[in-house]
Design a protein around this ligand. Structure first.
Ligand code: ADP
Ligand code: MG
Length: 356
């Protein structure tokens, strides 16, 4: 087991800067998820940790040693890719044993480790098959098994579930969680999927354009996003944003007007209001709540909840409500929210205001 530490990592491909000053630590038993849109530099960070990419500047430390210039083979890290990367001509057993044979591990020990991993990943009946005789989910479990048998001091996962259908994705996600609970090894997991990030990560690193936006627990990232990007990226349906102004001590955006919470009395004049779909409730306002009327456009019954899409003037909003709510297209719904518990951003810098 070993911790992973990135110190001021920068990476340039030609003139293109892909990573800017990336610093974070993964404790030796921690599960950290790197999340961000496609192209933000997630794979480049992972490949740098594995040694498949050379940083332009900065250092990588594993288990308290600077390994920035150490050959990938000598880093004692296992990486699992989206594309499984199995040897097509080898059986499941031989694919899992391959790395250990290269390292001249004793055959009896190899057999023990492969069979143990096969039990964990439900592959015991499939050990003689070739990759082409497996489903996508089974192939990815072989790739996971092959990483596990090495007993590495850290694991790296690059979008390992992206090629699986939704049900298998949820199942394999749970298996990866179980694996971490059992091994308690440092794991860095890359995904563009915020649900995977929220469900797997003990901490989440949110990236945009090669810059870290926030590092925190899933709940803190959700409840106290550092800026508008994080607020909009984490959460589904995404947070509603309303551009408005501070007029004295009040917020104004068309018909949405209310007294600002006291802590925002001195905030910038151009404000973005952030409303999560579940922070808006149907019904007229009571003490201190702000209210407006929503013109309903589309209603989506999901079973356990109802999503109502509508607009206020030009502003489009989505609201998550009780499945029994009487909302119909073209109706007007009275909506209210608590100004003290919603989000506010500086419209210019997009930084969160009044995070406590
Ligand atoms: N070998 C390369 N040469 C040039 N540009 C690259 C190379 N690898 C990645 N990039 C660029 O670096 C950026 C980040 O890529 P990547 O780390 O793969 O992003 P992510 O995994 O978040 O989708 C992208 O703009 C990509 O086009
Ligand atoms: Mg990638």
């Amino acid at each position: 087991m070993a911790s992973i530490e990135l110190r001021n990592l920068c990476k340039q491909f030609g003139n293109t800067i892909v990573l800017r000053d990336i610093s974070f630590t993964v404790r030796e038993d921690e599960f950290v998820v790197l999340v961000g849109p496609s192209g933000c530099g997630k794979s480049t960070i992972l490949r740098s940790i594995a040694g498949l990419e050379t940083p332009t500047s900065g250092e990588i430390w594993i288990g308290g040693k600077n390994i920035t210039d150490v050959h990938p083979r000598d880093r004692d890290i296992a990486m699992v890719f989206q594309s499984y990367a199995l040897y097509p001509h080898l059986s499941v057993y031989d694919n899992m044993a391959f790395g250990l044979r290269m390292r001249k591990v004793d055959e009896a020990e190899i057999d023990r480790r492969v069979k143990e991993a096969a039990v964990f990943f439900e592959l015991s009946e499939l050990l003689k098959r070739k990759p082409k005789e497996l489903s996508g989910g089974q192939r990815q479990r072989v790739a996971l098994g092959r990483a596990v048998v090495r007993h590495p001091s850290a694991f790296l996962f690059d979008e390992p579930l992206s090629n699986l259908d939704a049900k298998l994705r949820a199942h394999t996600r749970t298996e990866i969680s179980r694996l971490h609970k059992r091994l308690k090894t440092a794991m860095v997991y890359v995904t563009h999927d915020q649900i995977e990030a929220m469900t797997l990560g003990e901490r989440i690193v949110v990236l945009k354009d090669g810059v870290i936006q926030q590092i925190d627990t899933p709940l803190n990232v959700y409840r106290k996003p550092a800026n508008k990007f994080v607020a909009g990226f984490i959460g589904s349906p995404a947070m509603n944003f309303v551009q408005g102004v501070r007029d004295g001590a009040a917020f104004r955006a068309g018909t949405i007007q209310f007294p600002l919470p006291h802590k925002l009395a001195q905030c910038p004049e151009k404000l973005t209001l952030g409303l999560r779909p579940e922070q808006l409730s149907v019904g007229t306002s009571a003490n201190g709540r702000a209210a407006f009327d929503l013109a309903v456009d589309v209603v989506e019954p999901i079973g356990n909840e109802l999503l109502v899409y509508g607009h206020v003037g030009e502003q489009e909003l989505v609201i998550r409500c009780d499945p029994g709510t009487d909302a119909r297209p073209d109706a007007r719904l009275p909506i209210s929210f608590d100004p003290a518990s919603v989000h506010y951003f500086d419209a210019a810098s997009e930084a969160s205001l009044a995070r406590d």
